[in-house]
Design a protein around this ligand. Sequence first.
Ligand code: NDP
Length: 306
Amino acid sequence: MKITFCCADTHPRAWIEGLRAALPLAELSVWQPGDPQADYAVVWTPPQQFMDEQPGLQAMFNLGAGVDGLLRLKLPAGVPVVRIEDAGMAVQMAEYVCHAVIRHFRELDAYAADMARGEWTFRKPRQRRDFPVGVMGLGVLGQRVAQALAHFEFPVNGWSRSPRQLAGVTTYSGAESLEEFLGASRVLVNLLPLTPDTRDILNAATLSRLQPGAYVINVARGAHLVEEDLLAQLESGHVAGATLDVFRTEPLPADHAFRRDPRITLTPHTSARTLREDCLAQIVGKIAALERGEALTGVVEGTRGY
Ligand code: NDP
């Protein structure tokens, strides 16, 4: 079995060693132009040339949950694209989002600023019922986040494409219920995949439908958010703060307006990191399942874009 590795911004050595330890009989290589056809590929934002030269793969494993970077390319027909499902990312996402929601809810930034000024002030406790959180996307990551928030007894709403049932979460589905979902939410957490339907979905129209004093937490993709619309909503006071992990341009330019706004908390696309051991175990398990002729989960449906 031949496995080729073609991952931008990733040091291949440890990945190849991990694959070799798990699949000692496999022939492993870091892809070079002109290489012979492989059976399987592990990829992250590969070049178009890779796709053109590897039309006969049995499967292509995307080294991440989001496949938007891959689906921009012209993919070889009939090659299944398999994405990473969880592999240690869901718990990271849950801790990141819960931390952000709780920081906003408990006004921890304001307390820290008070203390830095030498003050000792108490703010009126907020009520959870005034702080409903809406999670956009109820997939592998969104479900875990919604359930973690429900565990902290926040009222939680969830929005997905098809109807979903989730304990402790009021669910909405489809474009026709988006307004109602937004109107029922004060904090908006975005965990949608980036597709033609979801690009720019955090915009003036949707943000203004949130309850006043809103907070926006974007942990999915930068292109979901119309950045100037968020700044305008902050300026009007309708949105009180934001926590952003992903940006239209990454790395975020040093002079970007977001960097100067104290109401915005920024992190460098780190809310849920790819964990090598967990990902390798998942990919190796899925290759074994394919070799046994079994069906896989996590196969991307090109027509819906995720
Ligand atoms: P899933 O594919 O498991 O879930 C996607 C969810 O979004 C599903 O509930 C789906 O609905 C819903 N959805 C898709 N399109 C629409 C639409 N048009 N309208 C309403 N709902 C829609 O993805 P994951 O949970 O694994 O990952 C989500 C995203 O998180 C990734 O695509 C990636 O961009 C991002 N991510 C970010 C990371 C970071 O570090 N910042 C790390 C990992 C992922 P349905 O249930 O009906 O299918």
